[in-house]
Ligand binder design. Structure first.
Ligand code: ADP
Ligand code: MG
Length: 705
């Protein structure tokens, strides 16, 4: 079957549409990114109003939201000076008088108003000086509608102030779409989902959906159109992910770790300090399968804070060594790299394994030696920051790269790493904090995916409480008690992004205050913040790690990964200023030993609703996966790290928060289809294939490796 890609009317420049022309065309391009007929078609209305449903002015009350009024214009005038200048008009129906106000585009609106004329007015009702009014209403001359008793759902579109005053308000854009739609044929909007699936899921056809999303005959029809289009968006994204993944899994070359050898076995049987959890074992198995196939592994490992990702990383690195390959582990900060290095070196102390630490502050001489040993292959493992992927670093045979706390490593940095070997090394990316499943599916959908969904045994849940600042003295007393039991405490100050200086001052003040609560010489306090030189940071951190200091006062530099099992109290100052995942990360610094731990969230007395909600969630659960879900619900995907370049935000209709069910279905069917026919060559899949090909270059596919 040959599918022609003959030019479609939808590719026509927008100015050629009836009612547009060069001037409006230019504005549509600038204001709404609408360049072609297709762009206009894909500019979906955000709501519909039933044109046959007219409200009475007399019924407007304080609960009234959006309303539609039909009435006669009594008159209008411009009042006020300069910034307070506004156009005020009165419109009257049988039940009362409504005031309409414009602050912008006054000249334009004025021109279109005619006293005595009947208008249809739509907008959000409110009260001003006790009188009902609408600011910046959508207004048009009232024309009789052929309504044959049915609703007439009129689309309302997103627009901008500039367009509004040029005769393209949310309502008037509908004139353009209604001029466009009759010209569009089924050929312009061919079906792109395999017919069987369309039937199975009872989806509206693509052609019909594009029409109905703009001009539905009923609410039910609109809903069906939206469902179809959402499914399409999610399904296409999932098909792409699956194609990328399958292609990489089948066609990429990867080094083969065929055996489990002495390094792994000796360590596992003699030096592993604890029994692995079932989840850890399962992940190891998944990794082993990946690295044995001869194709490059690209795996995302998700696990809650404290779930034990590090040991899994180490075992994978031993597997590499068993097969004659080097490996590296990269962390986002020096402190964390240092700590990983200390931890791993300690675990490996009785093993004939060479492991080094390579960071920005590694001294020249040592650095030279390390580079030499990596190049000649005598060094088995490198732990470090992104210094490991600098161009000067050469490996003899890099077989595995592990990226801890993944979201801080950009795509470009990872790409650098891939270039370190002729056959690309296996990649294991470990996340800092869980991400919701839906987000993982849409953001990292082309990676294989493992989860550690179980904490090591014997952990006591952390008790989290919310306290007002005025109770700080009591909180300090509590810290004193815990220190008396031999424990340690963290006190964290927020890093205010807009003002580093302010954060720094807060921290300093806090530090002095803490010192004044603990004046006795037996108390030792560490302080760590971003302005310290790396060395000083390191020393202060190290003193806390080794138990020389009882209290660590710091900004969020200690946020990720730091492991001091003896610490049992985490106090977070101005905790309302932190995001959920950050709070969860911070809290994860305690509760790492067998002792009962506490997290105290301090706030002022004025806390926003959102802040209050976050604190409530933190007090209610320790489960990072649940917290991640809530975080996504509260903030939406746009503000969650890692989603910016991922395409999640490019969905026009689908939302990973509200459309979970559709997403699950899309994923399931996309997997099935690609699994059965990865070339999409069957007659049934050809329309899908040709559609995807026609899209190439239009969408930025997120490619991790
Ligand atoms: P994260 O997943 O946050 O990186 P870590 O790897 O730092 O967690 O592990 C947290 C703590 O749990 C460490 O002290 C580690 O030694 C310990 N740990 C890891 N796995 C187990 C296990 N199976 N049993 C007991 N303790 C474990
Ligand atoms: Mg970790």
């Amino acid at each position: 079957m040959f599918i022609s890609s003959s030019p479609s009317i939808l590719d026509s420049p927008i100015e050629y549409l009836k009612g547009v022309g060069p001037v409006k065309g230019d504005m549509l391009r600038k204001e709404l990114n609408i360049f072609t007929f297709r762009d206009l078609l894909e500019h979906f209305p955000f709501r519909h109003i039933d044109k046959t449903k007219i409200n009475n002015i007399g019924d407007i009350n304080f609960q009234t939201d959006y309303i539609q009024i039909a009435g006669t214009l009594l008159g209008y005038e411009t009042i006020g000076e300069k910034r307070a200048r506004r156009l005020v008009a009165q419109i009257k129906d049988k039940t009362g008088i409504l005031e309409l106000t414009w602050f912008q585009g006054i000249q334009w609106v004025e021109k279109s108003l005619k006293t005595g004329q009947e208008y249809l007015v739509y907008g959000k009702a409110g009260f001003f000086n006790g009188k009902p009014q609408i600011t910046h209403p959508e207004i048009e001359v009232l024309t009789p509608h052929v309504s044959d008793g049915k609703a007439f759902l009129e689309p309302i579109y997103t627009t901008t102030e500039k367009l509004k005053v040029r005769g393209m308000n949310g309502r008037q854009i509908g004139k353009l779409t209604s001029a466009l739609l009759p010209q569009v044929t089924e050929k312009d909007i061919p079906e792109n989902i395999p017919q069987k699936l369309v039937e199975k899921l009872k989806l509206m056809s693509r052609f019909q959906a594009y029409r109905a999303v703009h001009f539905p005959a009923s609410t039910a029809q609109y809903d069906a159109a939206v469902k179809r289009l959402k499914f399409e968006e999610l399904f296409l994204a999932q098909v792409r992910f699956n194609l990328t993944r399958v292609a990489r899994n089948r066609h990429s070359r990867g080094v083969v770790f065929e055996k489990v050898g002495d390094y792994f076995n000796t360590f596992y049987n003699k030096y592993l300090p604890f029994e692995l959890t079932n989840a850890q074992k399962r992940v190891l198995k998944e990794v082993r399968q990946d690295v044995g196939r001869g194709h490059q592994m690209n795996r995302l490992l998700q696990g809650d804070v404290g779930s034990g990702k590090t040991i899994v990383a180490l075992l994978c690195m031993l597997l590499a060594a068993d097969n004659g390959y080097q490996s590296c582990l990269m962390a986002p900060t020096e402190i964390l790299a240092q700590q990983h290095f200390n931890g791993l070196r300690n675990l490996l102390k009785n093993m004939p394994i060479n492991i080094c630490l390579l960071t920005g502050s590694t001294k020249t001489k040592e650095r030279r030696e390390i580079l030499q040993s990596l190049a000649d292959g005598t060094m088995h493992m490198a732990v470090g920051t992104h210094a490991v992927i600098e161009d000067a670093v050469e490996f003899k045979q890099l077989g595995l790269a592990i990226v801890d706390e993944q979201h801080r490593f950009g795509v470009a940095q990872r790409a650098k790493l891939w270039r370190k070997a002729t056959v690309p090394p296996h990649i294991l990316v470990m996340t800092a904090t869980p991400i919701p499943r839906t987000l993982a599916m849409t953001t990292y959908g082309d990676l294989d995916y493992s989860v550690i969904d179980e904490l090591p045994p014997g952990r006591q849940p952390i008790t989290t409480v919310h306290r007002n600042e005025t109770h700080r003295a009591k909180v300090m007393d509590f810290i004193r008690e815990e220190i008396g039991k031999g424990r340690q405490a963290y006190i964290i100050y927020p890093l205010i992004e807009e003002s580093e200086k302010l954060s720094y001052e807060d921290l300093m003040q806090g530090y002095e205050q803490v010192k004044s609560y603990f004046p006795e010489p037996k108390y030792h306090i560490s302080m760590v913040h971003g302005r310290q030189p790396a060395e000083q940071k390191e020393t202060n951190m190290q003193r806390f790690v080794s138990g020389d200091t009882n209290i660590m006062v710091s900004t969020t530099v200690i946020e990720v990964g730091v492991n001091v099992p003896n610490a049992s109290v985490m106090v977070i100052e101005s905790s309302e200023k932190f995001g959920l995942s950050q709070l969860h990360q911070l809290r994860g610094r305690v509760g790492r030993g067998s002792e009962k731990s506490f997290c105290i969230l301090l706030t002022g007395s004025k806390v926003s609703n959102d802040g209050r909600e976050r604190i409530k969630i933190m007090c209610a659960t320790n489960d990072g996966f649940k917290i991640a879900e809530k975080d996504l619900e509260l903030r939406g995907p746009g503000d969650i790290e890692g989603t910016r370049q991922s395409g999640v935000l490019n969905f026009k209709l689908a939302s990973i928060v509200n459309d979970k069910t559709i997403l699950e279905a899309a994923k399931l069917f996309a997997e099935k289809i690609v699994e059965a026919d990865e070339g999409l060559n069957s007659a049934e899949n050809l329309p899908l294939k040709s559609f995807l090909q026609s899209q190439k270059g239009k969408t930025a596919w997120s490619k991790i490796s």
